[in-house]
Write a protein that binds this ligand. Sequence first.
Ligand code: HBI
Ligand code: FE
Length: 289
Amino acid sequence: MPLNDPVIAEQTPAVDFTIAQKWDRYSQDEHDIWNSLYAQQIDVLKGRAVPEFYHGLKALDLNLGGIPDLSVLNPKLKALTGWEVVMVPHLVPDDVFFTHLANKRFPAGRFIRGRDQMDYLEEPDVFHDIFGHVPLLARPVFADYMQAYGQGGLRALQHDCLKNLARLYWYTVEFGLMKTDAGMRIYGAGIVSSRTESVFSVDDPSPNRLHFDLERVMHTDYRIDDFQQVYFAIESFEELFKATQQDFGPLYEKMSRDKHIHPITDILETDQIYTKGSQDYANAGGRRA
Ligand code: HBI
Ligand code: FE
């Protein structure tokens, strides 16, 4: 919890955990941190992010400089897909998170990281949440996927399948890749908001890169402390959205009985392999070099 953000500390969150952004209260230093991160990521993402990501940045004018003011951003986002961004003080409980998504609200952290955490932090800040997640919410098919995820998440909670859904989120929304005609491209927010993982995820020989498969992903372990050892690539957002259009009832039924998980580096006979990784980075001890 970012206790050093006084604008968070002085507010009592609503029942849905939202707080006011109070955009006027960001300091010049906080806007400067956003601008440094923005410039750094635009540079490193050249030729690495999916075209839809850049379309979203442009359509939402996220390039104008400084931490975005939600009262300016939200009308643009709403006009495109009906989504809006709301501010929360920190990670919110799963049911609260899913309820926001199911209602086309993306919860974003208000605080911005300090200069000592310019590459990556485990708790989502306003840069990760807005630069990383919001551009694709300007894309109808991806916005629909996020809403379906929120609805599916609420149902998964009732079936004790939250972990399976969290893995799906992790390997798509946060760390997803897309195999395009031009090569492997990034769409996951956890990658686009990290300087070093933007390079590692597409260029490094260490991780496995496999074709996305819904059930496979929901049974695959992941790590939050270091670069991924496996990435799953879709071929289009339509493919991703279609995968969620089946009835999840039987899936949850099956998963609530079958709790097996594949170790991170396993390659299965049924996997379609883009890169068989060396795992040299992880075997050497990792640490987000
Ligand atoms: N809360 N603010 C916030 N942001 C998230 O990304 C988030 C969350 N709560 C729960 C959660 N993510 C995940 O555990 C779910 O996808 C399972
Ligand atoms: Fe995120």
